[in-house]
Design a protein around this ligand. Structure first.
Ligand code: PRX
Length: 634
C-alpha cells in the first residue's frame, strides 16, 4: 500500500481534524495497520484492557480455522474470559467513568413535538428494571428473546436487558410482515416477544401488535410494558458470560431464500464495534453522533447501540422518516442537536438530493465534522453532493463497507488519515486482511478485479449461523478454502484502493436492504395463479437497485394481476421488498437443461438489446416476445 499518487481528484483530510485525531495521518494508519496484522495478540489485548473482565482470558486474543479441509470452521476470541456487555457499555461509565449524567440518547420522535433525553444513569436504571421483568417471566441465560419494536428507547432498553441477563436477543425490523416475524421467532425458538401496540411512520399508523398476533390481547399471556416496568426493582446483578457466549442473533437474507440467523458473541463484538466506532468516526467526548439506520439492521446494532455506548458517546435516536413532516427533517435535527458526526445510507442521500439545496439552506449545519455512508455502493455524484452540499466541503465522507456477518466496518477510510476517492471504501480496518481472488481461487495482485475475501478473522466476525453450522461453512468457506467469502465483487486500483462492485451471487440491494431473488420468487409463487416467477435487479435512481419480476401465469388468459402480486410480496416479506415492475411472461428463457437464464432476464429488464450468444437457449424466440412486451411493464 502506498500513499496514492493519482491524477483523479482526491479529497484530503482537513488539517483541523488531523490536529486532535486518534489516527492523525496516513502514515499512522499504516503503522497501526501493520502492527494489527503482525502482532494481533498485542494489538487486541490493548483494546481489551479498557474494558471490565470479571475473569481474564486464559487463551489468546484470537484463534481460528478458515480452512474446511482442515476441520471445522471456528473463531475464538479471549477464551476463558468472563464479562458482561451491558456492564461494559453502561455500569462501567456510570460507576467508574462518572458519565452518569451524560446524555446517552437524544430521542427524536416521528413528530418533531415528541422528544426526550436519556442519560447513562437513567438508561441503566431502565435496563435493570427490564432485566428483572424478563427474569420474572422465566427468561434465563441462553434463552432467546424476539424484539419487534420501532425506534424508541424501549428497543435499546430491551436489547441491553437481554445482554445483562445473558439472554440472546433477536431483533426483527418493524417493517417486516407477520410471516417474516413468525419465521424468525420459530427459527430462534424465542420464548418471549417484546413489541409495541403501534407506531406512526410519517402519516401512517402501523399496528405492530396486530401484525404480531392476529388475535386480540390475551390476558393470560400478554403484559403491558408500563405496568410491569413500574413494579420492577432497578437493580440487577449482571450475568457473567463467557467471552464466546452468543450476544444476539440477527437474520439476514440467504441466497436460497430462507433467512440465516447470524450469531455474534460477547467479547469479540464488544472490542470490534467499540474500536471501529472510535476510529472511523474519530469519536471525542463532546461529539453528538447520529446514525439514521434502524436498529432492526446490523448498522443499528453496531453503530447506534453497542459501539457508541461502549465509547460513552451521546447519540441521536430518530424514530421518523427523512421527509416527514417536511423534506428538511434531517437538516433540522442536525441543527437542533448540533450533530457533529452523521452516518446515513446512499439511498437517503439520493432521495434528499432530489429536493435540491433549498431545504438545507434553512438550517445551520456548521456543527458537522464527519459524514459517513453504509449499505450499498455510493455513486460519485451522490458522494460529491453529500460532501459539498451537506458537509459544505469541510467534512470527510467515510464510505464504510461491511456486512451483517462482519459485525463492524471492514473496509473504510479513517477520516483524518485517508485521502478519499468518491465511491471507494478505500482500505482495510485494523486486523482485516482482504484479498481478491479469481474464479479458481487464485489470489490476484496489483490492479485487478474479482471476489472479495478475507484471509483472517477480526474479533467481530460472525461465529456461526444459528443451529446451522453446516450452512455457515458452506455459505462462507466452501468456495475458497482458507478464506471468508463476502459474496461481493471488488476492484483494486493502482493506488491500492478497494472499490466494491456489488453482489456476485443471487442477492440484490434495494435501498441498502439486502435480499435474495429467491425469497421474492418464493413469495410470488405462493400466489395460486402463478406457475413460474423469476426476479432480477434493475438500476434505480434512488433505491440503487429495484425488483423487476417476470411472472408466468397458470392460465395465460388471466388478466393483468400486477397489483395483486405486488400486494402478496409485501404481505409475505414486507414493504421493503415491494416490486417496481411486474412483467407478465408467457414463458421464461431457459437452457435446454431447464435452467432459467437470469443474465438474459436482467438484460431485458434493463432494455439492453445486445444479448450476445443465445444458442444455449431451448427456445430463443421467447426473448423476442419478452422484449416486445416489455414496454407494458417498464
Ligand atoms: O453488498 C454489500 C453491501 O451490503 C451488503 C451487506 O448487507 P447487510 O448484511 O444487510 O449489511 C448492510 C450494512 C452493513 C454487502 O455485502 N454494502 C454494504 N456497505 C457497502 C456495500 N456495498 C458497497 N459499499 C458499501 N459501503
Amino acid at each position: 500500500m502506498v500513499v496514492p499518487e493519482s491524477q483523479e481528484k482526491m479529497y484530503y483530510p482537513p488539517v483541523e481534524l488531523q490536529r486532535n485525531a486518534h489516527v492523525p495521518d496516513f502514515n499512522s494508519y499504516l503503522v497501526m495497520y501493520k502492527k494489527s496484522l503482525e502482532n494481533p495478540e498485542a494489538f487486541w489485548r490493548e483494546v481489551a484492557d479498557e474494558f471490565f473482565w470479571k475473569k481474564p482470558a486464559t487463551g489468546p486474543m484470537l484463534q481460528h480455522n478458515f480452512d474446511m479441509t482442515k476441520g471445522n470452521i471456528f473463531v475464538n476470541c479471549m477464551e476463558g474470559a468472563k464479562t458482561n456487555m451491558c456492564y461494559n457499555v453502561l455500569d462501567r461509565h456510570v460507576k467508574e467513568g462518572k458519565l452518569g449524567e451524560k446524555v446517552a440518547y437524544y430521542w427524536e420522535g416521528n413528530s418533531p413535538d415528541h422528544h426526550m433525553t436519556i442519560t447513562y444513569r437513567q438508561l441503566l436504571s431502565h435496563v435493570c428494571r427490564c432485566a428483572n421483568v424478563l427474569k420474572q417471566m422465566g427468561v434465563k441465560r441462553g434463552d432467546r428473546v424476539s424484539i419487534y419494536l420501532p425506534m424508541i428507547p424501549e428497543l435499546i432498553v430491551t436489547m441491553l436487558a437481554c445482554a445483562r441477563i445473558g439472554a440472546v436477543h433477536s431483533i426483527v425490523f418493524a417493517g417486516f410482515s407477520s410471516e417474516s416475524l413468525c419465521e424468525r421467532i420459530m427459527d430462534a425458538q424465542s420464548s418471549v416477544l417484546v413489541t409495541a401496540d403501534g407506531v406512526y411512520r410519517g402519516e401512517k399508523l402501523i399496528n405492530l401488535k396486530q401484525i404480531s398476533d392476529e388475535t386480540p390481547w390475551e390476558s393470560e399471556r400478554d403484559v403491558w410494558w408500563d405496568e410491569v416496568m413500574r413494579d420492577s426493582p432497578d437493580e440487577c446483578e449482571p450475568e457473567w458470560m463467557d467471552a464466546e457466549d452468543p450476544l444476539f442473533i440477527l437474520y439476514t437474507s440467504g441466497s436460497t431464500g430462507k433467512p440465516k440467523g447470524v450469531v455474534h458473541t460477547v467479547a469479540g463484538y464488544l472490542l470490534y464495534t467499540s474500536l471501529t466506532f472510535r476510529y472511523v468516526f474519530d469519536h471525542h467526548p463532546d461529539d453528538v453522533y447520529w446514525c439514521t439506520a434502524d436498529i432492526g439492521w446490523i448498522t443499528g446494532h453496531s453503530y447506534i447501540t453497542y459501539g457508541p455506548l461502549a465509547n460513552g458517546a451521546t447519540s441521536v435516536l430518530f424514530e421518523g422518516l427523512p421527509v416527514h413532516p417536511h423534506v428538511g427533517r434531517f437538516w433540522e435535527i442536525i441543527e437542533k442537536y448540533k450533530v457533529t458526526k452523521f452516518y446515513t445510507a446512499p439511498t437517503a442521500i439520493r432521495l434528499l438530493m432530489k429536493y435540491g439545496q433549498e431545504p438545507l439552506r434553512k438550517y445551520d449545519l456548521s456543527s458537522l465534522r464527519i459524514l459517513g455512508t453504509v449499505g450499498e455502493p455510493i455513486n460519485p455524484e451522490a458522494w460529491r453532493w453529500y460532501h459539498e452540499v451537506v458537509g459544505q466541503g469541510r467534512c470527510p465522507v467515510v464510505d464504510t463497507f461491511w456486512q451483517t456477518e462482519t459485525g463492524g466496518h471492514v473496509l473504510t477510510p479513517l477520516p483524518a488519515a485517508t485521502p478519499l476517492k468518491p465511491g471507494s471504501a478505500t482500505f482495510p480496518f485494523f486486523g482485516v486482511e482482504p484479498a481478491i481472488l479469481n474464479e479458481h481461487g487464485e489470489e490476484l495482485e496489483g490492479v485487478t478485479e474479482g471476489y472479495l475475501v478475507f484471509r483472517k478473522p477480526w474479533p467481530g466476525i460472525m461465529r456461526t449461523i444459528y443451529k446451522n453450522q453446516e450452512l455457515f461453512e458452506n455459505t462462507y468457506f466452501r468456495k475458497f478454502p482458507g478464506f471468508y467469502v463476502t459474496g461481493d465483487g471488488c476492484r483494486r486500483d493502482k493506488d491500492g484502493y478497494y472499490w466494491i462492485t456489488g453482489r456476485i451471487d443471487d442477492m440484490l440491494n434495494v435501498s441498502g436492504h439486502l435480499m435474495s431473488t429467491a425469497e421474492v420468487e418464493a413469495a410470488l409463487m405462493l400466489h395460486q395463479s402463478v406457475s413460474e416467477a423469476a426476479v432480477v435487479s434493475r438500476p434505480h435512481k434512488v433505491k440503487g437497485e429495484c425488483l423487476y419480476c417476470f411472472v408466468t401465469l397458470k392460465d395465460r388468459k388471466n388478466s393483468d394481476q400486477s397489483a395483486v402480486f405486488i400486494f402478496s410480496v409485501r404481505e409475505k416479506i414486507g414493504p421493503i421488498a415491494t416490486p417496481d415492475f411486474i412483467q407478465n411472461a408467457p414463458a421464461l428463457p431457459k437452457t435446454r437443461s431447464g435452467k432459467i437464464m437470469r443474465r438474459i432476464l436482467r438484460q431485458i429488464a434493463r432494455n439492453e438489446k445486445d444479448l450476445g450468444d443465445l444458442s444455449t437457449l431451448a427456445d430463443p424466440k421467447v426473448v423476442e416476445v419478452l422484449f416486445n412486451q416489455r414496454s407494458e411493464a417498464a
